[in-house]
Design a protein around this ligand. Structure first.
Ligand code: ZN
Length: 354
């Protein structure tokens, strides 16, 4: 057979996606089957936290210990030190299982990536779209940044466990999904102004997921498995959009840079998705998008829509907006279109008005 060699065509693509995704009632019980199905090896490191150990980690360790040599690493925080410790533990095993929220999943994601192990994501909350994605939020001297690692080889999301977590976490996850709307507009802007390559499949999937979340905001009810089911599927879809793009671009634009800026100047205030949701109101306004619609959906979901609700004052928020443009400058967004102190101040004032 003759292989065609088109002159000038040199595109190629490597896409990594989770292979098994289990979502639903009591799917935690199927975790050993998932690990066996994927032939992940004979020894496992369970990365979890003190609280998530009680919620699901204990059961995971008991189930896996029947068939695997099982070690446990408790990570309360994500930091260069905990990542390094988790990596040392990971070297002793063939694969990792992360049982917990964003920090734990991201710790396992990076430790498994750096040690060339697979990892299985077992989220105990639906608080952000990292549960199925290749990107991890990691602390750096410049604040938290989304870095590329690899996606989990499998996701086991038990809706009973996720529905039992505080509603604030799930609302934050919904806000992270809604932020895809402005992230995609930023991507399209960078495509038009800077010629940045864009994937129509990734941007369409990401936007569709955000629009469905806004449309279904009325259906988001605290502590129900139906809601957990809807939100987990949206978070997985968002992760898939990032995998198609090969970066966090479809789900992370100016609103994420604003959130990262606030991480730096107001540490500990507000959850990741909460800050991104508030940032989305600002960036959608700047894009001429339906910022009121997004704000209304965030309210219905129970996510904050003002900075006061997460304990950040106006002066700090203005600094955050100005700082946002300097974070990850290669990621061009609407915040890089000549924002100055005056415009930042009026934007922040607009947010606190009805
Ligand atoms: Zn996010």
């Amino acid at each position: 057979m003759t292989v065609l060699r088109n002159k000038g065509f040199d595109k190629s693509k490597w896409m990594q996606l989770p292979r098994d995704v289990l979502v639903g009632h009591d799917v935690l019980g199927q975790l050993p089957e998932v690990c066996a199905d994927l032939s992940l090896g004979g020894s496992v490191l369970v990365v979890t936290g003190a609280h998530t150990m009680k919620v699901a980690g204990d059961r995971v360790v008991r189930m896996l210990a029947k068939s695997y040599e099982t070690r446990t690493y408790l990570a309360e925080e994500i930091s260069p030190a905990t990542i390094a410790e988790a990596e040392e533990e990971a070297k002793e095993v063939r694969f990792l299982v992360a049982v917990g929220g964003g920090k734990i999943i991201d710790t396992a994601k990076i430790a498994s990536f750096n040690t060339d192990r697979q990892f299985v994501s077992v989220p105990t909350a639906a608080s952000h779209d990292g549960i199925a994605s290749a990107s991890a939020s990691v602390p750096t001297p410049e604040g938290n940044l989304s870095l590329s690692a690899h996606p989990p080889v499998a996701v086991v999301a038990d809706t009973g466990i996720i529905a039992s977590a505080p509603h604030r976490l799930l609302a934050s996850g919904c806000a992270d999904i809604i932020s895809n709307l402005s992230a995609v507009l930023d991507w399209e802007l960078a495509h038009r102004i800077r010629g940045e390559p864009i994937s129509e499949y990734a941007s369409t999937l990401s936007r569709m997921t955000a629009e469905a979340m806004i449309r279904n905001a009325d259906l988001v009810k605290p502590n129900t498995e139906e809601t957990a089911w809807m939100v987990v599927k949206a978070l997985v879809a968002s992760g898939v959009a990032m995998s198609i793009a090969g970066s966090s671009r479809p789900a992370s634009g100016g609103e994420h840079k604003f959130s990262h800026a606030l991480d730096r100047i107001a540490p500990g205030k507000g959850l990741h998705g909460e800050k991104c949701g508030i940032g989305t109101i600002i960036t959608l306004f700047l894009h001429g998008g339906d910022w009121q619609g997004a704000r209304e959906a965030l309210r219905k979901i129970g996510a904050p829509t003002t900075l006061a609700e997460i304990g950040i004052d106006e002066a700090t928020a203005v600094e955050g907006l100005l700082l946002a443009a300097t974070i990850r400058p290669e990621r061009f967004t609407i915040l890089d279109m000549g924002m100055n102190r005056g415009s930042a101040e009026s934007l922040i004032r607009m947010l606190s008005k009805e």
